[in-house]
Write a protein that binds this ligand. Structure first.
Ligand code: AMP
Length: 181
């Protein structure tokens, strides 16, 4: 089982991912967490990515696919992709990485939350890249570059849309229903 959790920034992907990996014993691959670890370790990649992240733009597909590919080596576990793919090029790259393991994405969970709730949640979260201007930019980057993935996975019959508002437990129950089927 290989799962993608797809949703706008602030839609609750990270929170729900923590629940999903516990219940379904998946390996959590969060590109946002990987990038924040690179920044904290002050690596060359981290230094190059920081200004892009702070502006709410996307890090290049090559860098992202390189990071993900190295994390996918030497594991036979099912994976949960969180915050990745974010572009069609990344989705195609991921399809190839999985095909090389004779595998494929089995489920795509789209967390659906309205924009007003997202802005509220992100301002409450207070992360370094969570100021109002960056949030607005990240939402428009999501619409332009990531939302097309909804159709990409719908066309493959892999997409399940889950209502992402309400309390954490209720949202998780909806996800569980999808993944258990
Ligand atoms: P996240 O924690 O997923 O919200 O990611 C935080 C920031 O890291 C994003 O706003 C992007 O700048 C960058 N980022 C994370 N994942 C990706 C990705 N798959 N492709 C490009 N940029 C990414």
């Amino acid at each position: 089982m290989h799962v993608i959790i797809l949703g706008a920034p602030g839609s609750g992907k990270g929170t729900q991912s923590a629940e999903i990996i516990k219940e379904f014993a998946l390996k959590h691959l969060s590109t946002g967490d990987m990038l924040r670890a690179e920044i904290a370790a002050e690596t060359e990649l981290g230094l190059a990515a920081k200004s892009v992240i702070d502006a709410g733009e996307l890090v290049s597909d090559d860098i992202i696919l390189g990071m993900v590919s190295s994390k996918m080596e030497n594991t036979d576990k099912g994976m949960l992709f969180d915050g990745f793919p974010r572009t069609i090029a990344q989705a195609e790259g991921l399809d190839k990485l999985l095909a090389a393991k004779n595998s494929e994405i089995t489920h795509v969970i789209q967390l659906d939350v309205n924009n007003e709730e997202i802005v509220e949640r992100m301002l409450a979260r207070g992360r370094a890249d969570d100021n109002e201007e960056t949030i607005r930019n990240r939402l428009s980057v999501f619409e332009a570059q990531t939302a097309p993935l909804i159709d990409y996975y719908r066309a493959q019959n892999k997409l399940s849309t889950v209502l992402g508002s309400g309390n954490i437990e209720d949202i998780f129950k909806r996800i569980q229903t999808v993944l258990a089927s």
